[in-house]
Design a protein around this ligand. Sequence first.
Ligand code: ATP
Ligand code: MG
Ligand code: MG
Ligand code: MG
Length: 470
Amino acid sequence: MSGVNEIRSAFLDYFAKNGHEKVSSSPLVPRNDPTLMFVNAGMVQFKNVFTGEEKRPYSTAATSQKCVRAGGKHNDLDNVGYTARHHTFFEMLGNFSFGDYFKDRAIELAWTLITKEFGLPKDKLLVTVYADDDEAAALWRKIAGLSDDRIIRIGTSDNFWTMGETGPCGPCSEIFYDHGEGIPGGPPGSPDEDGDRFIEIWNLVFMQYEQMAGGERVDLPRPSIDTGMGLERIAAVLQGVHDNYDIDLFRILIEAVENTIGSRAEGNQTASHRVIADHLRSAAFLIADGVLPSNEGRGYVLRRIMRRAMRHARLLGAREPVLFKLLPTLVGEMGRAYPELGRGEALISETLKLEERRFLQTLDRGLSLLADATEGMDAGQKLSGETAFKLYDTYGFPLDLTQDALRQRGIAVDLDAFNTAMARQKAEARKSWVGSGEAATEKVWFPIRERVGATEFLGYDTEEASASVA
Ligand code: ATP
Ligand code: MG
Ligand code: MG
Ligand code: MG
């Protein structure tokens, strides 16, 4: 059985052996891309190479890319702890061809890796292709010998990738692993495809068109390849476990949580252990890449992640800061592959501890307010927006933390009322700002910034702007 560190190396070595340049992961904060909150796929660092704006001394590459999907178009925050396959931070293994090889070689490379090198049985695998991509379907038949019932045609955007409104785009083909009967969920394209029986392990993107501004789509002269495979998902398959959180790395992290807090990852405590292990990774890697907790933009996403983890630690009985105590275990497991973790360890540790101390001052009071406000409530009922706003404003509860806290009881938050309260406060803050003299600047401005800074943040798409309001 191989651990994640060996699987990562095996992937990179395999593609190096096949002529690919090994390229390091880029930092999580995208360079020169204000439209994107965090790097969320391996191709991000190569965007300009795909469009031809930038030249590199190689035409094929392989990476293990740090990704965060907790805000923006891809937001898996609410999946963590509830699905077997989602993290907020994960590593995406990818191979890339910049106008070099195309579909046939990409399929051959992927199939050989998973069935020959990794030894996965063919009868556990199935693939999807874009509905009209006859070429890809034929290649899967020829190269992999898959029968037609294992090549599923999907006509949705899930299987058609675009870089943006314009630019390179093309059909995808995804490889799924069947974890077996007994696990709820249907094959891709079926009504219950969101279950966790058939897990998507690898996405192959065939960039073959360019989307023009006028709506026209033209063939790219030199089509390209972009692929992404979740390291934790392939590790689960190779380690014979169904769930990402049962792989070696997560077992070690979860054990550290158990020992530090003195709780067992059993029954309804399991989700909390998973959330803490997951959020520890995203928080540590984000801080290592220069993000610090704040009330707006990227820093607010980090703060939300940290505070969610802290609430779960509190649920498990922790009364003192714990995240920083888990850090050495993470550095021990991942520090060799990502030296920035070790280099940043002191800063990460201090940042975690400080944020935990600060939030612990209001967490308990906020939780008891929440308990009082929802006493006797049943599933389907809503927490008042005023209360959610008070929790946000006075107790430092990001909206999604409150929602997360109520989720298992099936209680939602009255979002309209929450937004109204937020808007009212913004308006009031503006009024007192105008009316105040110079001496009041610090007294007024800093608390306002603390409270409403997040709402000023409109740099990303609307979804991200509203997420940062939360
Ligand atoms: P899913 O449908 O399971 O949410 P996706 O289609 O959003 O996955 P892609 O955008 O195609 O994922 O990313 C490429 C690969 O990265 C996926 O096939 C999967 O192996 C991995 N991956 C994506 N999101 C996550 C995540 N949140 N946690 C762990 N691995 C992920
Ligand atoms: Mg997804
Ligand atoms: Mg998918
Ligand atoms: Mg996908």
